[in-house]
Design a protein around this ligand. Structure first.
Ligand code: ITT
Length: 189
């Protein structure tokens, strides 16, 4: 049975959860992973998708829940894959992204994290952060998702995958969770 004091992190992605758990442990916040079958509405706005998903998770679990929706926005591709990042990763993958980028000289991209937090009293909040960077010329390093093709600015041209555990010090996820941690410390603890 979920306890009201517990905070759940609803995701299907264990890599994501492991990063979330490590980052939040620096703020003494514990989260439990839960896999739920959640409704995902169609929208071009990650925040709208995340809010809706968090509310659905909260309703299903009747406990405090965080969900996170991420998107990789590539400038030359007018923000693609953006809200479709999960589908694009499963279909064309990093090889497809590298191929697509061959026609463009502007390789700049932004990784966005939207953290949505919901309580059974219906309070839902979002915390958003972006990290600017570029798409690498080739797949570099071993990491999950788009980590081997995303080079954050100020990383000496290393991809998230090549940064290894250093990724968590300044990633889009870290910055959004930091905002969440400050909020919850000030309002709920
Ligand atoms: P959820 O169940 O939490 O939704 P997901 O893997 O579908 O898991 P998202 O929709 O939030 O997650 O992510 C969109 C895509 O971006 C997906 O393919 C992820 O693997 C990828 N992604 C998200 N965060 C990433 C990160 O920090 N590094 C690399 N790829 C990431």
């Amino acid at each position: 049975m979920p306890e009201l004091s517990d905070i759940y992190f609803a995701t299907t992605n264990t890599n994501k959860f492991n990063e979330v758990k490590d980052i939040l442990s620096n703020y003494d916040i514990k989260v439990k992973m839960v896999e739920l079958d959640l409704l995902e509405i169609q929208s071009n706005d990650l925040e709208v998708i995340a809010m809706d998903k968090a509310k659905d998770a909260c309703r299903k679990l009747n406990a405090r829940v965080i969900i996170e929706d991420d998107g990789l926005f590539i400038a030359s591709l007018k923000g693609f894959p953006g809200p479709y990042s999960s589908f694009v990763f499963k279909t064309i993958g990093n090889e497809g992204i590298i191929q697509l980028m061959k026609s463009y000289s502007d390789r700049t991209a932004t990784f966005r994290s939207v953290i949505a937090y919901c309580e059974p009293n219906n309070i839902t909040l979002t915390f958003v952060s972006n990290v600017n960077g570029e798409i690498s010329a080739e797949i570099s390093g071993k990491g999950w998702g788009y980590d081997p093709v995303f080079i954050p600015n100020d990383s000496a041209q290393l991809t998230y995958a090549e940064l290894g555990s250093k990724k968590n010090e300044s990633s889009h996820r870290k910055l959004a969770l930091e905002k969440f941690a400050h909020w919850i410390k000030n309002h709920r603890y």
